[in-house]
Design a protein around this ligand. Structure first.
Ligand SMILES: C[S@@+](CC[C@H](N)C(=O)[O-])C[C@H]1O[C@@H](n2cnc3c(N)ncnc32)[C@H](O)[C@@H]1O
Length: 719
């Protein structure tokens, strides 16, 4: 109910909030004396840039009031960078010397890969200090938007000027709106000051039979409801002094929950769950942020373009944009556009893809390397797959799988449009991996989830998620994560990594899934994601305790970074999966479940006989090719491995009954069809049995695995 009314109040999204991720510049001047709130909106357009090329400067005047989105979360100490952390990269330093308000001078070229090392050395840290941001903003008043290297270029200047002009108008508008909002806030605060110092009267005196206060504010004025929300939060912030006598915190929390449901239109169940994630004030910021759309972001497809060129082309078409942040060298944030972004010539030519900023993060964490073999388990519609392919520079081989045939069509479309040539699309339930194929260098599991991180995009999540969903989804996610782990080659020379991500913020879908994986697979450990911002995953919350390494996982919220809510965890596989492990598809081995996140040294314990590493044929190693994917031949290896396994268990293979599951699964695999194979010349090959070797050959450059001696892309033994 609140949704409609609330959303009407929204204006264009503010820029992505980098206040949590911008570190001090090496040569930054002392912080200017500026009001703390001063940000981009306070910057005036550089006078020199008044000249425009006309085409791009028609600033839209339809901006509505901007909802303030990013109240900073309390006191999370993020790493701050020292001067020594700063990259010596000459280009970057040049760019930094010319940092400006829109940051356009930081636009990189496509040749700048998103190498994580580079990113780490890039200009981001986790300072909470708002002045850090202002420093940059002040400096930007220097002229010279594209001045990191060749700002004498007239055309560039014109383009830049056009963009600046548009952006400046927008920023002016935003400032006006902010001022109006500040005034409104002041008035609201004044209203509250009437009761400041007193204990706000929040709770009703009447109680229902269970002792809960009876309130009927749902039907009342939204303004009153909001006032009570902020009063309740104030009380919860300082319960000792502001709580009414004889009232408990729980009563105030119950009131807050009820009001949140009424005001924002959430089901009681979901609001309760989300409220549990944060202190009251932060929860309020989270719910507020969900009422505002996130910025539109595009990712430059470095297979076909360079960010700087792309930015210039789009500016020419009347698009107002700026780099998404220094943490990404391929993202552009769009402020306004005179043209539909999904239909520009650049879009159609595959120079970019519309992609939420937070969707970059799992792929950056995955950090795929050239010539590797990578599995994207739940890939449609392909935002991340195509990013992976671009980082791999179209080398190696990506298997992009999705269980939904319909969604896979979009995936294929994106693969073709973006010129991806190293990718094979397949249509399995990911639970069937690694039986379908294993031995990957890296696996991305961007899991199906409840979408509680993207409520701003899909408000139906507020009401349509039930308790059952939060049992079923985590169950599926847990099975999928095991399949992801088992599909990775722990002995990979370059990788051995698994990234798990969701666009949800609930504990059930994130930390609990990761903990489950740690419990069931002692052969993995959590490692740093390499992402330069993000809040640490919970190690304890609401009575649940997780492995200490859970702090290596990363959480993203709309109210902290102005990105979609997201979760990213990165695992390193350090040994083969134990023989007694429960499999992803629910098939139990001789499972003796592990008690908690046992670590690497446990990996070599007894019983670990099933190695998911690629099957190697020492004698007939066809290392110059994709790997001799021959069903009959594979079956021999599978049978042999099964016999060996039985012998290790002390069972006579001849006497023992056949592993029915393995056999039937193997047969099933053989009959399994895969839709589309490689995207080669823009032609999707229709239904075809998986013949990875063939596909790689068609591909023409699926040589990533070729260079891996001894690597066979055979079916994995099912256990
Ligand atoms: C969050 S979306 C993936 C988005 C995608 N990674 C991207 O960046 O474009 C989750 C996907 O999981 C797929 N999915 C759901 N259950 C699956 C399963 N058992 N196996 C494989 N894919 C599954 C859904 O069809 C959906 O496309």
């Amino acid at each position: 109910m609140g949704k409609g009314r609330r959303m009407k109040k929204q204006g264009p999204p503010p820029p992505l909030d980098e206040s949590k991720v911008t570190r001090k510049r090496k040569d930054a001047p002392p912080a200017p004396e500026a009001p703390v709130k001063k940000r981009k909106t306070d910057i005036k357009a550089p006078k020199k840039l008044a000249k425009t090329n006309g085409a791009a400067v028609v600033a839209k005047t339809k901006a509505k009031p901007v909802k303030k989105v990013a109240p900073q979360p309390p006191s999370d100490d993020e790493d701050s960078f020292s001067d020594d952390d700063i990259s010596d990269d000459a280009d970057l330093d040049d760019a930094l010397d010319n940092v400006n308000v829109t940051g356009l001078d930081a636009l990189g070229s496509a040749s700048e890969s998103e190498d994580l090392d580079e990113l780490n050395a890039d200009d981001f840290g986790g300072s909470d200090d708002a002045d850090d941001v202002m420093d940059s903003d002040e400096e930007v008043q220097k002229v010279g938007m594209w001045s990191d290297d060749e700002d004498e270029d007239d055309i560039e200047e014109k383009l830049t000027a056009a963009n600046i002009e548009g952006l400046s108008r927008k920023l002016d508008m935003e400032r006006a709106i902010e001022e109006a909002e500040a005034q409104a806030e002041l008035e609201e605060a004044q209203m509250q000051t009437n009761i400041a110092g007193e204990r706000p009267k929040v709770l009703e005196d009447d109680e229902d039979e269970e002792g809960r206060p009876i309130t009927n504010l749902e039907t009342q004025d939204l303004g009153l409801l909001r006032t009570r929300l902020s009063d309740t939060i104030r009380v919860l912030d300082d319960f000792k002094n502001l709580g009414e006598e004889g009232r408990s915190r729980a009563e105030y929390r119950a009131q807050l929950l009820k009001d949140i449901c009424s005001y924002y239109g959430y089901s009681h169940f979901l609001a309760d769950k989300l409220l549990d994630l944060f202190p009251a004030r932060e929860a309020f910021a989270f719910f507020e942020a969900n009422e505002t759309p996130r910025p539109i972001v595009i990712r430059t497809n470095t297979l076909r373009s360079h960010r700087r060129e792309l930015a210039q082309s789009l500016i020419n078409r009347g698009v107002q944009l700026e780099p998404v942040g220094k943490w990404s060298k391929v993202g552009l944030q769009i402020f306004d556009s005179q043209v539909p972004l999904g239909a520009t010539p650049e879009y159609l030519a595959g120079h970019y893809i519309l992609q939420a900023a937070s969707s970059f993060l799992p792929v950056m964490a995955l950090a795929p390397q050239e010539h590797e073999r990578v599995l994207d388990m739940a890939a449609a519609p392909g935002g991340k797959t195509t990013h992976i392919a671009a980082l791999m520079k179209n080398t190696g081989c990506v298997f992009a799988n999705d269980a939904s045939k319909d969604r896979a069509k979009g995936l294929i479309g994106n693969i073709h449009r973006l010129g991806v040539k190293n990718t094979i699309v397949c249509n399995y339930s990911a639970l069937e991996f690694p039986k379908v194929m294993g031995g990957f260098d890296r696996v991305l599991l961007d899991a199906p989830c409840s979408g509680t991180g993207v409520i701003a995009k899909d408000a139906s999540v507020k009401t349509n998620k039930t308790e059952q969903d939060f049992m079923k989804l985590p169950h599926l996610q847990k099975q999928l994560i095991l399949a992801a782990i088992d599909s990775v080659d722990h002995a990979s020379k370059t990788g051995g990594y698994i990234v798990y991500s969701t666009c949800s913020v609930t504990i059930e879908e994130n930390e609990q899934v990761v903990q489950y994986a740690l419990n069931k697979r002692p052969n993995v450990k959590l490692v740093e994601t390499g992402l330069v911002f993000g809040k640490e995953g919970f190690t304890r919350i609401g009575g649940k305790i997780f492995h200490p390494s859970m702090k290596l996982t990363r959480r993203y919220y709309p109210h902290t970074y102005n990105v979609d809510g997201f979760f990213v965890a990165k695992f390193k596989k350090i040994g083969p999966t134990p023989a007694n492990a429960v499999l992803a598809n629910g098939v139990a081995g001789n499972n003796k479940s592990q008690s908690n996140g046992a670590k690497s040294n446990n990996a070599q314990q007894e019983g670990e006989v099933i190695d998911k590493a690629p099957i190697v044929d020492d004698e007939n190693d066809d290392s110059s090719d994709f790997g001799g994917f021959d069903d009959e031949e594979d079956q021999k290896y599978i049978d042999r491995a099964e016999r060996a396994q039985l012998r290790r268990k002390g069972v006579n293979p001849k006497a023992a009954p056949t592993n029915g599951h393995a056999k039937s699964a193997s047969k099933k695999d053989q009959s399994k069809e895969v839709k589309d194979t490689t995207a080669t010349d823009g032609v999707a090959v229709g239904k075809e049995k998986v013949k990875a070797k063939k596909s790689a050959k068609q591909n023409g450059d699926g040589g990533g695995t070729e260079s891996k001696p001894g690597k066979k892309s055979g079916k994995r033994k099912s256990t």
